[in-house]
Design a protein around this ligand. Structure first.
Ligand SMILES: N[C@@H](CCC(=O)N[C@@H](CS)C(=O)NCC(=O)O)C(=O)O
Length: 202
């Protein structure tokens, strides 16, 4: 059985849990408290030298880090990965966008505020900058979703899983989703997909 090292509030870990549940794959969950350095112990660093969750331990093969690499491994050959090469590349376009534009800004702001309990006053200019870049990423996502049910083609793919994970919790980073009607409709659509569960569900 797969073993997933994770921290339940993490959107990166949630992406993996959503795919495991969607595909009906059994897994053992090992929860780590990343706030107290549990992903930086020698034991965990042997699994991922980068000291971060999620990590998927694959029986007989070893450990895989990086949420999108794990998604690609789990979903290969399933309907979550488009068969058409152009659509598949479009899916990767969104996955790269998530890791470079959305996650480093909105997920980091949420982590500071929600997990570390910092106040906006304490964070000052660095929070303002993260949120400005995060809002710019949301505007691109809103544009990409205009008139569409899903991000790629006409079906649920890894692009939807990956972008959904941190987008649906941006209010926890102090960002309202009110100005983004296409995003709001899409979030509801993702929540109707088989295997969907809330972010802190095991
Ligand atoms: N690019 C990585 C990012 C992983 C990441 O940032 N993990 C955070 C939690 S969301 C973490 O483990 N932080 C603990 C630490 O840095 O010590 C991915 O997509 O998996």
């Amino acid at each position: 059985m797969y073993r997933l090292y994770d921290y339940l509030p993490s959107g990166n870990g949630y992406k993996v849990r959503l795919v495991l549940k969607h595909l009906g794959l059994p897994y053992e969950l090992v929860e780590l408290d990343i706030k107290t350095g549990a992903s930086r112990t020698p034991e965990f660093l042997a699994r991922n030298p980068n000291g971060r969750i999620p990590v998927l331990e694959v029986p007989g093969r070893g450990c895989l880090a990086e949420s999108h690499a794990i998604l690609g491994f789990l979903a290969e050959g399933t309907a979550l990965v488009p068969g058409d090469p152009f659509d598949r590349a479009r899916m990767w376009q969104w996955l790269c966008f998530e890791q470079y534009e959305l996650e480093p800004n909105l997920a980091t702001a949420r982590f500071w505020l929600r997990s570390l309990g910092k106040s906006p006053e304490e964070l000052g200019e660095k929070l303002v900058e993260k949120l400005a870049k995060g809002r710019a990423a949301l505007a691109v996502l809103e544009h990409g979703l205009a008139g569409r049910e899903f991000l790629v083609g006409d079906r649920y793919s890894l692009a939807d899983v990956a972008l959904y994970a941190y987008t649906h919790v941006v209010p926890e980073a102090g960002v309202s989703l009110e100005p983004y009607p296409s995003i709001r409709a899409w979030l509801a659509c993702v929540e109707r997909q088989p295997g969907w569960a809330p972010i802190t569900a095991r």
